[in-house]
Write a protein that binds this ligand. Structure first.
Ligand code: SF4
Length: 363
């Protein structure tokens, strides 16, 4: 399967916990950026490239004006064959789009809008530096539904500084009341080089609360009919993110945009995060500067193992080495994992709480 990721690195305001590659648009030449994305597609993609999934991530893709997005897609259509697309995801932030924009997204063929909600508590939204209110999220979901976007994802975060168990429960229940097809629940990590790290160090919560919030998400969302198909992701039947599943299975994907990371034929590349240099280099006729690394088989195995263990598809038997037999038996005995009839190693709920440690044990 073929997959395409497009990185739109702009955000109106930088959230204090965010470690993604992003910046405010400031005086970025947006027309130049749009042209550069299309030109990078010409330079990088094989002829007639026909992805089955497309993912516009960021940053905040919903910040793109209808003119810029329209020009970008018209340009990409000259290079990319859109006829095979089964899923086209588009990340957005609440209160950054209008009915006009959503109408355009629908007409372009976007099938899935992912909303960066994070919390339904005004106090926590403020702490997270978010500019939207819970009421705006409700209005945005209604707008997306009214215009006919087929699938909506809501991103939420737990283990926030000072967040109580009942606040997390309220956030989960409010998300459920909006009936999205997909809900992501991320345990906040305090990454270096973020304002949160400088303020709170490597963490502000306690492990027991983290575990209770993780288990509460599982209890509430699975009881509502969502499948917990990856440690941080829940979906209604038929609504898993195909693009993310492909990445977790280690499938190839091309990536375009400043700061974008792609992985093709065993080579991982990352474009320079300097958007001005990105635009200039491409407009001068070259691929953007950045890094590129051929992944050694051990590196690839380590990465895949960590990703696949997190999903309900588990680890295929060919990735479990004979010398791991005793470790796997111990995991089964401790109720941390089970083996399926076809030999896949599947983590139990208790196992998911220590997925990273289990992955290390299988290296
Ligand atoms: S809007 Fe999203 S990408 Fe932008 S700074 Fe906030 S969390 Fe990061």
């Amino acid at each position: 399967m073929a997959h395409l990721y497009v990185h739109i690195p702009f955000c109106h305001r930088i959230c204090p916990y965010c470690a993604f590659f992003k910046h405010t648009p400031a005086d970025t030449d947006m027309r130049g950026f749009v042209r550069a994305i299309v030109q990078e597609a010409r330079l990088r993609l094989p002829q007639g490239y026909a992805p089955e999934t497309i993912y516009f991530g960021g940053g905040t893709p919903s910040m793109l004006s209808p003119t810029h997005l329209g020009n970008m897609i018209r340009g990409l259509e000259e290079v990319v064959d859109f006829s095979q697309v089964r899923e086209w995801s588009f990340e957005s932030n609440p209160a950054t789009f209008t009915a006009e924009k959503v109408q355009q997204w629908r007409e372009l063929g976007i099938t899935r809008v992912s909303l960066g909600v994070q919390s339904f508590e005004p106090r926590l939204l403020q702490l997270l530096g978010r500019t939207h209110s819970p009421e705006e999220v409700v209005r945005d979901v209604e707008l997306l539904r009214r215009i006919g976007i087929p699938q909506i994802n809501i991103d939420l975060m737990f283990s926030l500084p000072g967040q109580t168990i009942s606040e997390w429960e309220h956030t989960l229940q409010t998300a459920l009341s909006l009936a999205p097809e997909h809900i992501s629940t991320y345990n906040l990590s305090y990454e270096e080089d973020t304002a949160f790290y400088r303020q709170f160090g490597s963490g502000a919560g306690d492990e027991e609360t983290d575990v209770r919030m993780f288990e509460m998400s599982d209890d509430i969302l699975t009881a509502a009919g969502y499948r917990h198909y990856e440690i941080s992701n829940y979906a209604l039947p038929g609504c898993r993110s195909l693009h993310n599943l492909a990445c977790w299975r280690g499938e190839d994907y091309y990536a375009l945009g400043s700061g974008a990371v792609g992985s093709v034929a065993g080579v991982r590349y990352q474009n320079s995060g300097d958007t001005t240099t990105y635009i200039r280099t491409i407009c001068d006729g070259g691929l953007p500067p950045g890094t590129s690394e051929r992944l050694r088989p051990e590196t690839r195995r380590t990465e895949l193992l960590g990703l696949m263990l997190r999903t309900d598809e588990g680890l295929p038997p060919q990735m479990i080495r004979p010398e791991d037999t005793a470790f796997v038996a111990m995991l089964q005995q401790e109720n941390l994992a089970t083996l399926s009839a076809d030999g896949r190693l599947l983590l139990t709920r208790s196992g998911r709480l220590v997925a990273d440690e289990i992955a290390v044990g299988l290296l």
